[in-house]
Structures are given as C-alpha cells and as structure tokens.
Design a protein around this ligand. Structure first.
Ligand SMILES: CC(C)(COP(=O)(O)OP(=O)(O)OC[C@H]1O[C@@H](n2cnc3c(N)ncnc32)[C@H](O)[C@@H]1OP(=O)(O)O)[C@@H](O)C(=O)NCCC(=O)NCCS
Length: 182
C-alpha cells in the first residue's frame, strides 16, 4: 500500500479493509492490556468487526471528519492512531491511539503522533491538537507531555471504561507551539 515513512522501521498508512485480519489479531492478543483504558473491546469479536470499523472510518475520512491510521513497525502492524474527530468549524483534531503491549517502550507512538500533527498541519490546516488521557494512564500522558502539549486541566468522570469512570487530563497543542520539545 502507500506508506508514509517515519524511519527505516516505522511507517504509517491510511487504514484500509485489507489490514483487518492482522489488526484484529493484534487487538485480540492485547484484549486484556487494552481493556484497562479503552471501552470498545467487547464490540470487537471477529475480523468482520474490525473490517466494518475500518470501512466506517474510511467514510468519515472521505468527508474529512476523521483519519484512521495503521502503524507498521518492522513490516508488522503494531497499533493505530488518528484523528477520532476533526472539528472543521474550530479546526481541532482530537487524537487517539493504542499499541500492542509488545510494541510499548520503543518510542513508536511519540514519533507517530508527531507525524500525525504534521499531517494535521499540512492537509487539514488544524489550529489545535487535543489529547485526553485518564489521569492514571501515565504511559499515555507521557506522549503529549514529550511533544510539548500543555496540560490544560482535568475534567471529571469523562469516560466510562467498563465499570470505572475515569477523570481525563486535557492536553492541547496550538499551531504556534513548538513540536520539538522532547
Ligand atoms: C499509550 C501507549 C500508546 C503508550 O505507549 P508507549 O510505548 O509508552 O509510548 P511510545 O511508543 O511513545 O514509547 C515511549 C517509550 O519508549 C521510549 N523511547 C525509546 N525511543 C524513543 C524515542 N525515540 N522517542 C520517544 N520515546 C522513546 C521512551 O523512553 C518510553 O519508554 P519508558 O516508558 O520506558 O520511559 C500504550 O501504552 C497503549 O497503547 N496503551 C493502551 C491503550 C491506551 O492507553 N491508549 C490511550 C488512551 S488515551
């Protein structure tokens, strides 16, 4: 497919239905790991669920409402990231991401989010980049912090993940801020 190469080992690609099988396998393998922080795992039971999700994201991509990207590390799918929502009126990109557990600790997501922001500048003229993380999700919080996002405060019980309501830290980066603050 068409790749955006970050370095020799790390590439990004628009998510397409052909990735569904490998992406589902990664999701399935990491169910318990991801369930700590993400609410949708029980909705993904078969390859067709992942395929339908990618197809729905492509429809939103077509309307410039969202952008779902698959991350390849050493030619294997290691996770995903993207703009879960592109607010056209306000030029805000709401960023989300996850990696398989075995791919944690290599800088994959920090580099990928940096690239996503470049894409947001270049193709969507975004003015603000927004990342929201559970207060206790220190690995996730470290990503916007490495990239120079500002901690803009905490909103209470912002997300229900199975039986827990998580408070969220809101991180924002404005177009004028430096991206290379790590
Ligand atoms: C959140 C998540 C993506 C973070 O993954 P991660 O591997 O910690 O993040 P990165 O890929 O940016 O890697 C950073 C790690 O690689 C190291 N690293 C190595 N090379 C690096 C580089 N060039 N740049 C940055 N970090 C580098 C960092 O030191 C850090 O390791 P440490 O935590 O041991 O200090 C992952 O834990 C995850 O998917 N969690 C479950 C889902 C989730 O929480 N999603 C977010 C919901 S808001």
């Amino acid at each position: 497919m068409f790749f955006r190469e970050i370095d020799r080992e790390l590439k990004l690609s628009l998510s397409i239905p052909q990735y569904a099988e490998e992406l589902f396998e990664l999701t399935n393998k990491n169910r318990d790991f991801l369930k700590q922080w993400l609410p949708w795992l029980d909705n993904v039971r078969e390859i067709s669920d992942t395929k339908e999700f990618i197809e729905s994201q492509l429809l939103r991509f077509q309307k410039a409402e969202a952008l779902h990207i698959t991350i390849f590390y050493r030619e294997r799918i290691s996770g995903v990231l993207g703009y879960n929502q592109i607010e056209r009126v306000n030029n805000i990109g709401h960023i989300g991401y996850w990696l398989g557990q075995e791919y944690n600790g290599k800088g994959i997501m920090t580099k990928s989010v940096r690239e996503l922001i470049e894409i947001g500048h270049k193709y969507y003229s975004l003015h603000r980049f927004d990342i929201r993380c559970a207060v206790e999700n220190s690995r996730s919080r470290a990503i916007p912090e490495r990239l120079g996002f500002k901690n803009e405060g905490t909103i209470r019980q912002a997300e229900k993940v199975y039986d827990n309501y998580f408070d969220h830290v809101v991180y924002g980066l404005l177009k004028s801020n430096s991206l290379y603050n790590d």
